[in-house]
Design a protein around this ligand. Structure first.
Ligand code: TUI
Length: 315
């Protein structure tokens, strides 16, 4: 399977499955496990200082001889420095999120990295392909963390129609059905974050994983719309406080303050009441923690049955 898949050929990977970047929990442990299992693991740089990212990249190089990537969060205060680190370390694949990476594309291409930005609109996809993006990840609003406004179902085929590079579908994909659906919409690969949070190799605190396991279809909410950077998280004490303050017309500064350090509080300290439990809408469907290799093997192994089911229902 996937011998002719253009994304597999472009990146030298076995399966067209990317792991979402994920600040704080997209560590070398998870990234190397996904790459070793045949997918594309990604270190989520998030707000990492450059020296911490360099150490993570070196760990990942030690733990896998397969291609892996770094996801750079463009709202990071260290964005210029971390870009320099991925250039110095010659990281083979760079994905970006939460902004327009246009100015960095030439330097990354110069060292031979594949540049694959996350986009949440057709306009940005077209602009980035014009400046040299090798592929784009069309990420729907079903995703966890920082999100755009359009669903995967609507965004993905519109991006596929608009650009002449491979498109990776993301947002709301967590099993073989989701992967087949993304391929039906024209994707050449998929990216999953939430599914890999519920893996044995993900270092997220057990309280975080337990809360994700308990999530139902309507358990997530979106905060931060009024600040211009919406993020999908599980509803908890923090989001209720946030909503109260928003209703009381708190200043942007006060709202921002509530978010500072909140992701680390949930992922590492295990405070899932007062921390940000970023996760996608697909969490309602997931009810097990598995090794990364099994997650990937189950999804790939389940594809033929899904595809046959589709064919049968179209007869
Ligand atoms: O980046 C993500 N998801 C993330 S980043 C993150 S870390 C964070 N921590 C605190 C506050 C905010 C973020 C958590 N989750 N996904 C990729 C993504 N990019 N989703 C949506 C976008 C996006 C949105 C608008 C990309 C570009 C864009 O347009 C920018 C422009 O200039 O047109």
């Amino acid at each position: 399977m996937f011998e002719n898949n253009v994304v597999c050929k472009m990146l030298g990977i076995k399966y067209p499955i990317f792991q979402g970047g994920m600040a704080w929990i997209g560590t070398a442990e998870l990234a190397s496990a996904v790459s070793n299992a045949g997918g594309l693991g990604l270190i989520g740089a998030g707000h990492m200082p450059p020296d911490v990212l360099r150490a993570e990249i070196q760990k990942c190089k030690g733990w896998t001889d397969k291609p892996f990537g770094v996801n750079i969060m463009l709202m990071s205060p260290f964005v210029k420095e971390v870009m320099q680190v991925v250039v110095d370390e010659k990281v083979p694949v760079v994905t970006t999120g939460a902004g327009n990476p246009g100015e960095y594309v030439p330097a990354l291409k110069e060292i031979g990295s594949k540049v694959i930005p996350v986009v949440a609109s057709v306009a940005l996809a077209k602009r980035l392909v014009r400046v040299g993006a090798d592929a784009v990840i069309a990420e729907g609003t079903e995703s966890g963390g920082h999100i755009g406004e359009i669903t995967t179902m609507a965004l993905l085929p519109q991006v596929v129609d608009a650009v002449d590079v491979p498109v990776i579908g993301a947002g709301g994909i967590g099993d073989s059905r989701g992967m087949a659906a993304a391929f039906a919409l024209g994707a050449q690969a998929v990216q999953m974050g939430t599914r890999f949070v519920l893996s044995e190799e993900c270092i997220a605190h057990e309280n975080y994983k337990k809360m994700v396991l308990k999530a139902k279809d309507r358990s997530t909410v979106v905060t931060g719309r009024s600040l211009g950077h919406p993020a999908r998280v599980l509803a908890n004490k923090l989001t209720r406080k946030y909503e109260e303050m928003e209703a009381a017309q708190a200043s942007a500064e006060e709202l921002e303050k509530l978010g500072v350090g909140s992701l680390h509080r949930a992922t590492h300290e295990g405070d899932v009441d007062n921390g940000s439990v970023m996760i996608g809408e697909i969490s309602g469907m997931l009810n097990d923690i598995k090794p990364v290799q099994k997650i990937i093997d189950d999804i790939v192994g389940g594809l033929p049955e899904v595809i046959t089911g589709v064919q049968n229902r179209c007869k």
